[in-house]
Ligand binder design. Structure first.
Ligand code: DOR
Length: 461
């Protein structure tokens, strides 16, 4: 069977780059969007051009989600997840691109390891991919030269082995060298170590949020911010989790600093331990309802720039051990878009804002060319969602290899009906086309502002 080279998506509510909706049609040719208009006349298929028409009546067309923080476990930890299963879950969740973290085995701390991941992804990823290069105390030349990568990942805490960089001198030399983006997991390891001793012997997983407390996160974020200001270094704060960090950025956020939050830090809090036990355990930990509220406001006010899932699957067997022997982390790529669109449908934010935080702002923050907007010339990475029906998150339906979600039983709307990657339909009403392959992302100059894509604060409320 020949795959269509053109798609004609008809009668959709199309989210435009200015945050408004157009009822109309979108035409793609090969990997690109070529036309967006109230009505596009069909061009008949020829020997070289096959057009597929898609009736999107009643559906909303959004730019595909770009998830800027995931842990997909390949190579080395494939019993939890691999690039194929994770990218299937992405396709089902409307995630058309992802940025993956270096704590695999071997660690992604060299060009060789980065090349290996890129090759594996080219072989088996249904969506587009990019991989961070991980900082150790002594791989400065790799950090400066490895390519292509969205940036350098530093675990300031919550890590063990070579990826833990918690010494001020090592951090200083990374911030002082080169100019590529540094993304930090900001938790203070000295404080965590000390509090682990204080709470030793406690097996209630809720104690996790007390050990790795708000202060541990704040101390590390303060240090990262200080170094970023000293060297005017592009900094991204990963999965910000506390009111204190949001307040800090509200007082003092240089133009070259961005921050993200996860759906779970917006929507779950310490109450979750009583319901789902160690499935609620992650780093940085879940916080209080007050933190949820302050993070939401920071997101609405543009203090927090975008949303990442920190998809970090572990098996149910691993999660069923006794705390503190249980691993931290939860999956997220299949539920992030419906979770946020359900919030939008409940009036917490607009659909345009949710899409901005999950796609446009990520493309801007990481300078990913031609992603994150529905406009001619942009890549045809798209998701059609249904905001008319609600469906429960069910374990049996999940594609992530770990087979569970912290949101099981939640009744959500905005589920993807169809996901398109580079002009190819990869997910269509419950069915995956596993022949589709994404491409390696590139990271270039800032471009989308020039094309009129608004920043968060300008997106329609
Ligand atoms: O909870 C987490 N788990 N946070 C991280 O930053 C790492 C992740 C993992 O890789 O399991």
């Amino acid at each position: 069977m020949t795959s269509p080279t053109c798609l004609l998506i008809r009668h959709a509510q199309i989210l435009l780059p200015n945050g408004e909706f157009l009822f109309g049609d979108v035409q793609t040719h090969e990997r690109k969007i070529v036309q967006v208009a109230p009505h596009i006349s069909a061009t008949p298929s020829t020997e070289t051009t096959l057009t597929r028409e898609i009736d999107a009546d009643g559906l909303i067309l959004l730019p595909g989600v770009i998830d800027p923080q995931v842990h997909f476990r390949e190579p080395g930890l494939e019993h939890k997840e691999d690039l194929f299963t994770a990218s299937c879950a992405c396709a089902k969740g409307g995630v058309t691109s992802f940025l993956e973290m270096p704590n695999t085995r071997p660690l992604t701390t060299t060009q060789l390891a980065l090349d290996d991941k890129l090759k594996r992804a080219a072989d088996k990823c249904l969506v587009n991919y990019g991989f961070f290069i991980g900082a150790t105390g002594d791989n400065l030349s790799d950090l400066l030269q490895a390519t292509p990568t969205p940036g350098i990942k530093i675990f300031m805490g919550s890590m063990h082995g070579p990826l833990l960089v918690d010494q001020a001198t090592a951090l200083e030399s990374i911030f002082a060298s080169g100019d590529r983006l540094i993304a930090v997991h900001a938790e203070d390891q000295a404080r965590i170590r000390q509090r682990r001793q204080e709470f030793a012997g406690r097996t209630d997983p809720a104690v996790h949020s007390q050990i790795q407390d708000n202060q541990a996160a704040l101390l590390a974020t303060e240090l990262a911010l200080q170094l970023s200001k000293k060297y005017q270094r592009r900094l991204h704060i990963l999965h910000m989790s506390t009111a204190e960090e949001a307040d800090l950025l509200r007082r003092d956020k240089p133009s070259w600093v961005t921050a993200e939050v996860t759906p779970q830090h917006l929507l779950l809090n310490v109450d979750a331990y009583a319901k789902i036990g160690t499935l609620a355990q992650m780093n940085p930990p879940l916080r209080s309802p007050h933190d949820n509220a302050v993070l939401w406001q920071a997101l609405l006010d543009g203090i927090i720039d975008f949303i990442a899932t920190d998809h970090a699957p572990h098996t149910l067997e691993e999660k069923s051990q006794e705390y503190p022997n249980t691993p931290s982390g939860m999956p997220g790529v299949e539920t992030s878009l419906p979770l946020m669109l359900t919030q939008a449908s409940q009036g917490r934010c607009t659909i345009a804002q949710a899409s901005h935080w999950m796609s446009t702002a990520v493309a801007q923050g990481y300078n990913i060319p031609y992603k994150g907007a529905i406009a001619p010339g942009y890549d045809a990475d798209l998701v059609l969602v249904d905001l008319n029906t609600y469906r429960l998150v069910r374990r049996e339906e999940l594609l992530t290899k770990c087979g569970w979600s912290p949101f099981e039983g939640w009744n959500l709307t905005g589920w993807p009906v169809m996901t398109i990657v580079g002009g190819q339909v990869v997910y269509d009403r419950g069915k995956l086309d596993t022949r589709v392959r994404g491409q390696a992302l590139t990271f270039g100059e800032a471009f989308s502002v020039a094309l009129g894509v608004p920043r968060t604060k300008d997106v329609g409320r």
